[in-house]
Design a binder for this molecule. Structure first.
Ligand code: ADP
Length: 393
């Protein structure tokens, strides 16, 4: 592994913004953390120039990536949070109530008005599945799938029956995270039996195509793939189906948000401002289609150094909490950047099941408790807003 000095020496070859000086002597590089083949640092830039300076970030990752012993480099652009850093936030809005569960009462006998969220309640649900939650992020690599996996296991640890739908068709990682492989068998007609990992029913495009197969998805294909995985799978009775969304705010997300009665969305973000700008886009997309926001998880929130035991806020910890408060969305919790989380996730032995008494599992269970409380609260609000009209026959 290279030393910090060696990393900085490489980084000093990267020119600063406007090609003046280099990023190290301009004082733009944060603390550098090196652990387990990974080098992590951030570069401070003005928020409004983030996009334009992306090549600079990539150049920094590239030079460090060439050092012997480096497996992965994570360079993030951060900006000082000074008023106008980033897009203007919309005013806080109360989340819309979730879709009303019609329960077992035959529809003709009972009609409910749900004035606050007519679009959500009009969408057909998935039989047997009481609530569907989307886990989303504005961009890739922030730990969305890792959060989906551990959140699902934590919901299960809290006593719920849980399924996971991997809608991240561009990079399905749920099979690896749950350590499940194989092909789903048909149960009847087109309906497939989901696979199972750690007691959780799992469906993923990763089961249907080879991992290395390059997939070119066009809008309508994305829509039909996700719809099939949702509706043509024998999910059985579930309290909650957790959906790992593809990163970003493209077709797939909109389809889910528009066609599925989502009980809500959890947004995963890293704390740095620029990631939050992306996260905000995700958040606003769900708001536009009236999907309740269950809250924001700050992943890779702080770094606990395995060597010195010290806590380091490399990405500017606390950004997501501040953002959540500003947007009037619940803040669900902070997950540290920890090699144990990465190693276990990548090995298919997620911390929530392999170390249930550990600190990380406790964090995920706490997040799960808050998510579920939010789902219930929305549901109760929805029912209050929805006077029951019983038509006597
Ligand atoms: P996304 O779904 O947003 O693309 P992943 O969940 O695949 O992100 O995570 C990207 C990488 O970061 C993976 O190697 C994962 O193990 C790692 N990772 C995610 N969360 C953490 C964390 N809290 N600490 C350490 N590594 C993490």
């Amino acid at each position: 592994m290279p030393t910090r000095e060696e990393v900085l020496a490489e980084l000093s070859k990267v020119k600063g913004p406007d090609l003046q000086g280099d990023i190290v002597s301009l004082g733009l590089v944060s603390d550098v953390f090196i652990s387990d083949g990974r080098v992590i640092f951030s570069i401070t830039v003005p928020a409004e120039r983030a996009q334009e300076l992306e090549p600079m970030r990539q150049a920094a990752e590239k030079v460090v990536g060439k050092l012997p012993g480096v497996e992965k480099v994570l360079a993030a652009l951060t900006s000082e949070r000074q008023g106008g850093a980033g897009a203007k936030a919309p005013p806080p809005v109360r989340p819309a109530p979730a879709a009303v569960d019609m329960g077992s009462v035959p529809p003709p006998m009972q009609r409910r008005a749900v004035p606050a969220a007519p679009e959500q309640s009009a969408k057909p649900g998935v039989p047997g599945v009481k609530a569907i939650i989307a886990v989303a992020s504005g961009k890739g690599g922030v730990g969305k799938s890792t959060t989906t996996c551990n959140l699902a296991l934590a919901l299960q640890a809290n006593g719920l029956k849980v399924g996971v739908l991997d809608a991240d068709i561009y990079g399905p990682s749920i099979p690896r995270l749950f350590r499940v492989s194989g092909r789903p068998e048909p149960v009847s007609g087109r309906i497939l039996k989901p696979l199972e990992g750690y007691g959780i029913k799992v469906m993923s495009m990763g089961f249907l195509v080879e991992e290395e197969t390059p997939m070119i998805w066009r809008g309508p294909m994305v829509i039909s793939a996700i719809t099939q995985m949702l509706r043509e799978v024998a999910w059985g009775e579930l309290d909650v189906l957790v959906v790992d969304m593809p990163p970003g705010t493209g077709d797939a997300q909109l389809t889910m948000a528009q066609n599925v009665p989502l009980a809500g969305a959890v947004i995963v973000s890293t704390p740095q401002d620029l990631a939050l700008i992306d996260a905000r886009k995700g958040l606003n997309m769900f708001r536009r289609v009236d999907v309740p926001l269950l809250g924001i998880v700050e992943n890779m929130s702080y770094f606990l150094c395995p060597d010195c035991g010290g806590r380091h806020d490399i990405f500017g910890h606390g950004g997501a909490r501040a953002e959540a408060e500003k947007l009037g969305v619940p803040f669900l919790g902070e997950v540290p950047l920890d090699m144990a989380i990465r190693v276990n996730s990548d090995a298919g032995t997620p911390v929530t099941v392999t170390d249930p008494d550990g600190a990380h599992a406790a964090i995920y269970r706490d997040i799960a408790t808050k998510v579920w409380a939010e789902v219930q609260r929305n549901r109760e609000d929805g029912q209050r807003a929805a006077p029951r009209i019983v038509i006597e026959s």
